[in-house]
Design a binder for this molecule. Sequence first.
Ligand SMILES: NC(=O)c1ccc[n+]([C@@H]2O[C@H](COP(=O)([O-])OP(=O)(O)OC[C@H]3O[C@@H](n4cnc5c(N)ncnc54)[C@H](O)[C@@H]3O)[C@@H](O)[C@H]2O)c1
Ligand SMILES: CC(C)[C@H](C(=O)O)[C@@H](O)C(=O)O
Ligand SMILES: [Mg+2]
Length: 359
Amino acid sequence: MAVKKKDSYFVTTLPGDGIGPEIMSATVKVCQAVAAKQGFKIEFKEALIGGAALDACNDPFPDETLKQMKSSDSVLLAAIGGPKWDANPRDKRPETGLLKMRKSLGLFANLRPATVLPQLADASTLKPEVVSGVDIMVVRELTGDVYFGEPKGITTKDGERFGYNNMCYKESEVKRIAKVAFDIARKRGKRVCSVDKANVLDVSQLWRDVVIETHKDYPDVELSHMYVDNAAMQLIRNPKQFDVMVTGNIFGDILSDEASMLVGSLGMLPSASVGDPSGPGVFEPIHGSAPDIAGTDKANPLATILSAAMMFRYDLDRPEAAQAIEDAVNKVLDDGVRTGDLGGKVGCKQMGEEVCKRI
Ligand SMILES: NC(=O)c1ccc[n+]([C@@H]2O[C@H](COP(=O)([O-])OP(=O)(O)OC[C@H]3O[C@@H](n4cnc5c(N)ncnc54)[C@H](O)[C@@H]3O)[C@@H](O)[C@H]2O)c1
Ligand SMILES: CC(C)[C@H](C(=O)O)[C@@H](O)C(=O)O
Ligand SMILES: [Mg+2]
């Protein structure tokens, strides 16, 4: 909602599934620590989404949750999904709830920063000289593309099963996400690389045309274009060439997971899902529910904790709280505290406590 700074906030938490409750619990404690230190209040109230919601009321995104979110100043989401629900029909899958949430709240812009912290330059599988200094903002379109295109389904054609989805974008959808990317670039390195597959796909040709047209209002920002296959390669070859990358829903999903390995772990990348200024944003790590480590206290909560920092900056008008969280995360890493994904031995709960101690 991007509310004005106030003394007391109401925030919905959506712990979801798998490691979700563990990383959410650590994050809420960090938020409370920063609120106490800086003299304001946050009331957190949980709501159901994903598999947890399916188990409780057979709906992956209950109306009750939407209603509560709409009355909140902001929303923190951990992660949804897991093998328990993988065989469900599409409308009863946790992922369907997540997509419905994004669409219902008009969250068309997903900002996924991939910033290599100096302390983690050796955590990447790539050489430190390739990744150190990387600071990329992936601007992923979040409510269009093949994720939402119609028609879609599985049918029988010519005597065999036939599956189809439709990759589509309206001009207005491309224009509004391009504007978000150019506006962000203005506050950063003033360079936008638009990623598409215009050499093959008509929808990508439209994407490219509209990005070029929108760019006319941003002469101070440099625009380049790259095909998605090349972009995937360039991210590994020379990631420092990128400032802001703007791309569609599915390419952004894939490229941001790839970018996380420049930083060192998927467990480090936060995100902000924003769009409709009249409603709350949703702040969520880019990773999933990590069923392979759920319930073992092995998850890295930092992506969710850093998403909370984005919440304070983008939604709650508390940049000093965002900074305090980011500084505390930096100090934790300076002190060599690491969860398993970063080669350390510290558990999820302790990592949260270590951040709290440094607030
Ligand atoms: N936004 C979301 O809620 C979201 C995002 C991606 C995937 N999912 C769902 O999550 C489930 C699992 O998907 P997946 O395995 O492909 O992706 P995933 O992101 O859950 O996990 C991929 C790998 O990264 C590791 N990992 C992820 N987050 C971590 C963290 N914070 N700390 C340490 N390690 C971490 C996991 O252990 C796993 O090995 C699926 O149901 C999928 O649909 C949800
Ligand atoms: C779980 C899935 C629907 C989701 C997506 O593809 O958007 C996830 O991968 C993400 O990145 O948030
Ligand atoms: Mg993803």
